[in-house]
Design a protein. Structure first.
Length: 547
């Protein structure tokens, strides 16, 4: 989906021949320097000019000083990582799933043909219990005290745990972070987004906010979106940030453009969610869109649980604290991989800085824990440690009474005229339907609320057989994929591609594009390719590639 909105009051849409005493109206060419691309995510905000080689990346969070100190209901703090559930029954099931993955890894072969071997967890735990932190030095603490009313971006991670701030992440699990607590209304979330985006534009891009009227914005939105929220974001760009115009593009479509692919099945693994859809010629197929409620943050929590099982020497590590959450994310990025040639125990070291500036070096030993954590994306039972999750499809279209261009309103008003013509005795529209006899329509057209329906299809001269075909296609596109059974990455890819038309399936199986930092592990592309290759129907098998 791509949508362009112009903030100018008048536009010239029809070319006119020049006349005397009349100036020629020409469109101003788009200058890439004046185009700002905004890609908001659950953890990071990426923003930059269209001419920049790489965007500026800042933490997509804001901290506001609490106005009341004595009221508990005025306290709110969004955590960097998903919650960690330590239920006894759940941990027993998780341990069983861990053993299954461990046995699978032991049955794999290395590149030289030899079988992999695993180190007993007791041996690793014995080493880690003997490991003692080494004091390096003590420096001035970099933690921020209560110095400002509002803290934005990377500085939020440096706020002292005891500081009197509310922490807000405007986007969680790929959606606007609406909740019943303080700062959880749509107005409050939009206010936070305005503050963060304007901060990034002014501080990082060096563009004064008063000059944004001459700039154009490109907003990257999720493939599965809430139309009401998107309308609010457009209003934010045009009326509050005062961009001259804006253009919306879905993230999967943008990914295929960036990779130079005309068609691909796109998998975007972010920090809080994973989304899959099939894109063909710049169009994301609605019936193939799937969103999974897990991402790189859930893998980090799984890795922390695995480290605990082998006596993690960093005592007192708590993933709910910001500094520990940042540390765990770094350990996951530095240590985790899916390289089957690496087996057996290995020693790793890392530094820990306390809130008072004391820096300690910790040495630990790890084994297959570094492989099991990334493979939780393929064994979703391990992801239960961060709570119950669901599978989502495209959100049904919601009627917006305040929008004069609402598709449902236009469809209903056009249908009235069509119905009058069909009811006219001897009318052409009635003649077209007379050949159908008593064949019932496959669905009530008035119940269809897909935003891409063409209203002109309800013209009275439109043939009834074509109307039936269009109605069937609309019903197929309207199918919403909702399930309480959590899908793994490979299962979701298969589900998405199988919902494509037959002529697109082979094209999608042959080109799979993986983007996002949540799945950025060495060797995981080979693991994914092998998993997919075993499930592709024989008729669609070819030289499939995973990028």
């Amino acid at each position: 989906m791509a949508l362009a909105v112009n903030n100018n009051k008048t536009t010239n849409t029809m070319p006119t021949a020049p006349q005397e005493n009349m100036s020629v109206v020409t469109e101003t060419p788009v200058v890439s320097q004046n185009v700002v691309v905004i890609h908001p995510g659950s953890q990071n905000l990426r923003i930059g000019r269209a001419v920049d080689s790489n965007p500026v990346t800042i933490h997509h969070a804001i901290a506001r000083r609490r106005l009341r100190h004595d009221r508990h209901d005025f306290v709110h703090e969004d955590k960097l990582l998903p919650p960690f559930y330590e239920d006894t029954n759940l941990l027993a099931e998780l341990d069983e799933s861990r053993l299954q993955v461990s046995h699978t890894l032991q049955s794999c072969l290395q590149s030289d043909g030899s079988r992999r071997y695993a180190t007993p967890p007791q041996q690793i735990s014995a080493f880690n219990r003997r490991s003692q932190p080494e004091l390096l030095h003590q420096s001035k603490s970099e933690m921020l005290a209560e110095s400002a009313d509002v803290v934005i971006g990377d500085e939020v991670l440096k706020i002292h745990p005891d500081a009197n701030y509310n922490i807000h992440y405007p986007i969680r699990r790929g959606l606007l972070n609406l909740h019943p607590g303080v700062g959880g209304s749509l107005t409050a979330v939009l206010h936070d987004l305005e503050a963060i985006w304007s901060y990034a534009i002014e501080r990082k891009l060096r563009i004064q906010r008063k000059h944004l009227a001459v700039y154009k914005a490109v907003l990257v939105i999720p493939d599965i979106y809430n139309r009401k929220h998107i309308s609010a974001l457009v209003n934010l760009l045009l009326t509050r940030l005062n961009f001259g115009s804006c253009f919306l593009v879905q993230d999967h479509v943008a990914a295929t453009f960036g990779a130079g692919l005309g068609s691909a099945c796109v998998i975007d693994v972010g920090d809080q969610k994973t989304s899959i859809s099939c894109v063909d010629d710049g169009m994301s197929q609605p019936s193939t869109r799937i969103r999974l409620d897990y991402g790189g943050g859930d893998v980090t929590v799984v890795y922390f649980w695995l480290l605990q099982k082998c006596s993690f020497p960093h005592k007192g590590c708590n993933p709910t604290r910001r500094n520990d959450a940042v540390l765990l994310q770094k350990l996951k990025e530095d240590f985790c991989h899916v390289d089957l040639d690496i087996c057996g125990p290995s020693e790793k070291s890392f530094n820990v800085t306390s809130t008072d500036g004391v820096v300690k070096k910790i040495t630990l030993q790890v084994g297959d824990e570094c492989l099991i954590a990334p493979l939780s994306l393929f064994t979703t039972d391990l992801l239960a440690i961060t709570g119950t999750k669901s599978v989502h499809g495209q959100v049904p279209y919601e009627f917006q009474p305040d929008d004069p261009h609402d598709a449902n309103y236009l469809r209903e008003t056009s249908r009235k005229g069509a119905k009058e013509t069909l009811d006219t005795p001897g009318g052409e529209g009635q003649a077209n339907l007379s050949g159908l006899g008593n064949i019932p329509l496959p669905l009530d057209i008035s119940s269809v609320m897909e935003e891409d329906i063409v209203v002109d299809a309800l013209d009275p001269n439109f043939h009834a057989n074509s109307l039936l075909t269009a109605a069937g296609n609309i019903l197929q596109e309207k199918e919403i994929f909702e399930s309480d059974i959590l899908l793994s990455i490979d299962q979701a890819i298969m589900q998405s591609i199988e919902r494509c038309p037959e002529e697109l399936k082979k094209k999608m199986y042959s080109s799979i594009l993986v983007v996002g930092g949540g799945m950025k592990f060495v060797g995981i592309n080979t693991w994914l390719q092998n998993k997919i290759s075993l499930q592709i129907p024989f008729m669609y098998r070819s030289g499939n590639k995973i990028i």
